[in-house]
Design a protein around this ligand. Structure first.
Ligand SMILES: [Zn+2]
Length: 443
């Protein structure tokens, strides 16, 4: 065995995922980066050799949609950076993207950014943020410039929540999208039609909750924003798409823009849970916005998986007591947690076809590529070591919430280890991380 201590670590004899295929290769790491990839066989002796025989070696996963420390006044979401990043690491996630609190004026930006940076100091994994605007009244171009200067090339808008002054005006929405391509800014949109929701006129109960924000509210709003994005050749990323019908509409009308000007994100909960859960006695604990849908929409969502670009969790858990505190759906904090199990939940349904939606796709869409999302020389040494044979029973996990909506489900495959920038965060299912997470400037 040849000694070569230029390398701090090697991952040997694993099936390495590159360009959509698996190769029996050895990966050599120097400090934080991948420095050499060679066919397995002649292992160079380096400081640390990790045997990955019979394991898949995947790029570290990226979750482009999480909410950490979300403050709703009476309620605050259960996870801070410490617990969220720990749960994420157990789920193979090495980078996640959180949201700055919504702003209506540009002067609020610095404060929100400083606040997030401070919260994130405790992260065990790498992170970034999206800027968020509410009923934004200020200069659009200046905000775009400012957010880029701070390494954040993405801005999220809402087409709903007028009651909490978060709904963007149509004129501003158009302005953001028109400026998006030339400035290379991704416009993330929470697409639900506010008017349909305001006029839904259903009881304020958990059982009626889905009808209060019905599928048609999402589908019709996606029609509106897709048309605007198409007309101005904008860069639109539709967050948490819940309905297969929404995707069918986009395919039928804007196929040529998908993956170019329009990107689709969905979340594990919409693939595994349906609105029938709202009729259960503990239906409250499944409440989130947009709501869970019918099994018909869920089936269509699964049938259209190949048109979905990335999977985010929209991680935003609360405790059981908080969820059960009120009978009125409007008063219940909305959100579920799935950071730790998102890959397992989706791998269970789609196998290897899901990998790109956790790696290279979100990396490219959210300007993390080629630093993240790919195993190649020069990229960050972020990996998941995955055993495709073992099965896993989903447990409570490491989130600070006291329930898991997917608890006791059995999935196939097991995330054994997670490596961030050349060091283990989770090793053989044990947490060994340190607070090494870094803010990743996305350019
Ligand atoms: Zn969200």
């Amino acid at each position: 065995m040849k000694k070569d201590f230029r390398y701090s670590m090697s991952l040997v004899n694993g099936s390495v995922y590159r360009n959509g295929k698996f190769y029996l290769e050895d990966i050599y790491i120097s400090d934080q980066k991948i420095t050499k990839i060679v066919p397995s066989g002649k292992t160079l002796l380096c400081k640390k050799i990790v045997d990955c025989t019979n394991k898949l070696v995947l790029p570290g996963f990226i979750d482009p949609h999480v909410h950490i420390n979300l403050d709703l006044g009476e309620f605050k979401s259960s996870d801070d950076y410490e617990s969220a990043s720990k749960a994420a690491a157990f789920g193979g996630i090495t980078t996640f993207i959180d949201f700055l609190e919504p702003i209506n004026n540009i002067d609020e930006f610095d404060k929100k950014l400083i606040q997030k940076h401070k919260e994130a100091e405790n992260s065990y994994i790498d992170y970034s943020f999206h800027t968020t605007v509410g009923n934004y009244k200020d200069d659009v171009e200046r905000l775009i410039e400012k957010t880029h200067e701070n390494g954040i090339p993405s801005i999220k808008l809402f087409t709903t929540y007028s009651e909490s002054n978060r709904k963007i005006s149509l004129a501003k929405l158009q302005e953001f999208l028109s400026n998006s391509s030339k400035t290379d800014t991704l416009i993330l949109i929470h697409a639900e039609n506010d008017e349909i929701i305001l006029n839904a006129n259903v009881e304020d109960t958990v059982e009626s909750y889905e009808s209060s924000r019905p599928a048609i509210a999402e589908i019709s709003e996606i029609k509106n924003i897709a048309k605007i994005a198409a007309d101005c050749e904008g860069k639109l990323y539709i967050v948490h798409v819940t309905c297969g019908s929404s995707i069918e509409f986009l395919k039928e009308n804007y196929q040529e823009l998908l993956g170019k000007n329009i990107f689709i994100e969905s979340c594990p909960q919409y693939f595994h849970l349906t609105k029938d859960l709202f009729n259960q006695e503990n239906g409250n604990i499944f409440l989130l916005a947009p709501p869970l849908r019918s099994s018909e929409e869920q089936k269509k969502l699964k049938d259209n998986i190949s048109s979905i670009h990335s999977i985010g969790t929209d991680h935003c858990p609360f405790t059981k007591e908080e969820k059960m505190r009120y009978k009125e759906a409007s008063k219940i904090p909305k959100g579920l947690g799935s950071l730790e199990f998102s890959f397992s939940l989706m791998y269970y349904l789609f196998g290897n076809d899901i990998i790109d939606k956790f790696t290279i796709n979100p990396a490219k869409i959210h300007n993390l590529y080629p630093k993240k999302g790919i195993i190649q020389v020069g990229s960050d040494a972020d990996f998941v070591i995955f055993d495709p044979v073992k099965t896993q029973m989903i447990e409570l996990g490491h989130s600070q919430s006291d329930y898991n909506p997917f608890e006791s489900m059995v999935t196939n495959g097991m995330i054994e280890s997670t490596i961030l920038q050349g060091k283990f965060v989770v090793k053989n299912r044990k947490f060994v991380g340190g607070k090494r997470g870094q803010f990743i400037k996305r350019k």
